[in-house]
Write a protein that binds this ligand. Structure first.
Ligand SMILES: [Zn+2]
Length: 245
C-alpha cells in the first residue's frame, strides 16, 4: 500500500500513472462532490490517494480531498462505494500532539514490572522525552480539574472533557492554567519539566475514560449507535490513516 503525492491540476494523469483502471476512477468520481472537477482541480483543491492491490490490480482504498476550507477523508467499503466521514462522527485523536523535539520514550504498560522491587508498577500513560520548558497543550477541550503539585507526579494538570474523558500532564516545570478554568483543545496549559518522580525532562501524558487509564496511542473513538457500515469504516481507518498525512 502506498499514497500518491498530493494531486493538483489534472487528476486523471496521476491516476493513470498509478496504474488505476477507469472503473476505479469512476468509483472515486461517484463519491466526490459534483462541483469538484477532476480534470481541472481548482487552486485550493487537492486529492491524496491511498492505493493498494487486490487480485493484482491497483485499487484506491482511501483518499483525502481538500477543497478550500473543507477537507474530508473517504474509505473504500465495497467495490463500488466509498464511505465518507462527515462532521458528525469526526475522528478525534486522543494521542498527545508531540512537538518536533519530542520522541516517545516509554509506552503504556499496565503490567510493567519495577526492575528494582520486582513488583508490578503500571505505566498508565505515554512518556515523551522533550527539552525542559517545551510548550504543553491540552489534547481536549474542557475544564481544568487539577493544577497542583504532588510528590510523585510533580507539577501536573488534569483537564476533564465530555463523556467521562480526562487527560493528565505530569512532571511539569510550570503550570499556566488555574483549577476551574475552561480550555480549548490545543491551548497552552503548561511548560514541560522534570518535577516529581522523574528521571529526566519529559512529559508523561495520560488518557482516562471513566477514570480508567487507556492507551492513548491505540484509542479509537467508539460512538454509541454507529451503524455496521460506520464500524467497518472505523476498522479500516487505523490501517490507512498513516498513509494519509
Ligand atoms: Zn510516564
Amino acid at each position: 500500500m502506498y499514497s500518491t503525492d498530493v494531486v493538483k491540476d489534472n487528476f486523471y494523469i496521476t491516476a493513470s500513472k498509478s496504474g488505476l483502471e477507469s472503473s476505479e476512477i469512476a468509483a472515486l468520481k461517484r463519491s466526490i462532490p459534483e462541483r469538484v472537477n477532476l480534470k481541472q482541480l481548482k487552486k485550493n483543491e487537492s486529492i491524496r490517494l491511498v492505493v493498494g492491490k487486490k487480485s493484482g490490480k491497483s485499487r484506491i482504498v482511501a483518499y483525502k480531498l481538500s477543497a478550500g476550507k473543507s477537507e474530508y477523508t473517504a474509505y473504500r467499503i465495497s467495490d463500488s462505494a466509498f464511505y465518507k466521514l462527515d462532521d458528525n462522527i469526526a475522528k478525534v485523536n486522543m494521542a498527545y500532539p508531540k512537538p518536533a523535539s519530542a520522541r516517545l520514550s516509554s509506552t503504556f504498560n499496565p503490567a510493567r514490572v519495577n526492575p528494582v522491587s520486582g513488583k508490578v508498577s503500571p505505566h498508565n500513560g505515554i512518556d515523551y522525552s522533550m527539552p525542559m520548558k517545551t510548550r504543553v497543550v491540552s489534547v481536549i477541550g474542557g475544564t481544568v480539574t487539577k493544577a497542583e503539585y504532588n510528590k510523585t507526579m510533580g507539577y501536573f494538570v488534569e483537564v476533564s472533557g465530555k463523556a467521562g474523558i480526562k487527560t493528565r500532564y505530569l512532571h511539569l516545570n510550570k503550570i499556566l492554567v488555574k483549577k476551574g478554568q475552561q480550555v480549548k483543545s490545543g491551548a497552552s496549559i503548561a511548560l514541560s519539566g522534570n518535577s516529581g518522580r522523574s528521571s529526566g525532562p519529559h512529559l508523561h501524558y495520560e488518557l482516562l475514560i471513566n477514570d480508567k487509564p487507556v492507551n492513548s496511542l491505540a484509542f479509537r473513538p467508539q460512538k454509541a449507535g454507529l451503524s455496521k457500515l460506520e464500524q467497518h469504516a472505523y476498522a479500516h481507518m487505523q490501517e490507512y490513516e498513516q498513509y494519509l498525512d
